[in-house]
Design a protein around this ligand. Structure first.
Ligand code: PDD
Length: 276
């Protein structure tokens, strides 16, 4: 398997990380996870645009155009002969002796790899248990940074409590999952947290909102408190890897169960129909 290292494709054994990479010392970097269906990168322009937006928000240099990033992604997936899987793309600020203060002169380090991956049908038809916990993350969750400690702590806690995903709330307001966005359904209306600094505006989230609206569903993007979880008819998460995955129970600070309802099923079918 080959790794994208800046503009080159190198064998995995030959890829290296520099000890002075700011990603290594500070988590000073950004990333994207892109799905590949039948050899085609899905929604890659959305991902590339968000990658560039993340770089700008962090005042990182970006020596690549959108078109160049797209070309590099394509080269990587063809070199690795990936048909169904994921592309991971990461860029750190660069290589400098450890210092909180970054210079604006360093050259970013771009890394990419691919990984085979296919839909988990069992999870998408049977649903998952979700674990409700505190959102302890920083206030720029809109940036897709590799600094993911709040997310990984929540995920471990969820797994230790026999749940497949953590849902997080900040002072009683539900934000999102540890690596997904949350939707609730009540009386055929969809509810999700607005795309503010408190969540990552998921590409799947955006596509699902668009798809739902196209099919005459009302979508309300408003913050809601944890008690709303108890009154919802259906709940599901969205992400590049999980697509639309139903939630069948919430555990932890709030406890409730859901059946996998008609709206979730309808959107799953419609979403699958849009994929290559
Ligand atoms: N995670 N929220 C968070 C915190 C995420 O990390 C992700 C994605 C999402 C969903 O975004 P999208 O629909 O663009 O995948 C929401 C990726 C898959 C990951 O870290 O592996």
């Amino acid at each position: 398997t080959y790794i994208l290292q800046n503009q080159d494709l190198v064998r995995k054994e030959d890829a290296y990380v520099h000890i002075d990479d700011r990603g290594y010392y500070f988590g000073d970097g950004i990333y994207e996870v892109i799905r590949v269906y039948h050899g085609q990168a899905f929604a890659s322009w959305h991902h590339i645009k968000r990658f560039i937006a993340s770089a700008k928000k962090l005042d990182m240099n970006l020596p690549y155009t959108e078109a160049k990033l797209n070309e590099l992604i394509d080269l990587l997936l063809h070199k690795n002969k990936l048909t169904d899987g994921l592309i991971y793309l990461q860029m750190t600020r660069g290589i400098e002796p450890r210092n909180h203060l970054y210079s604006r002169e360093s050259t970013p380090v771009l890394t990419g790899f691919t990984q085979p991956f296919t839909r988990n049908h069992v999870v998408q038809t049977k649903g998952i248990n979700a674990w409700l916990t505190d959102d302890i993350r920083w206030l720029r969750c809109d940036i897709k940074t590799i600094n993911l400690l709040g997310n990984v702590m929540a995920k471990r806690e969820a797994t230790d409590n026999k749940c497949q995903e953590a849902l997080m709330h900040r002072d009683g307001t539900i934000t999102e999952g540890s690596s997904s966005n949350l939707f609730l359904v009540k009386n055929n209306v969809l509810y999700t947290h607005p795309a503010t600094n408190l969540i990552l505006n998921g590409i799947t989230r955006q596509l699902v909102i668009e798809l739902a609206q196209t099919h005459q569903y009302k979508v309300i993007e408003e913050p809601f408190p944890v008690d709303v979880l108890i009154h919802a008819d259906e709940a599901f998460i969205t992400s590049t890897t999980m697509e639309i995955t139903p939630i069948t129970s919430i555990n932890g600070q709030v406890q409730t169960t859901y059946s996998i309802g008609p709206v979730t099923k309808d959107l799953q079918t419609k979403f699958h129909d849009t994929l290559p």
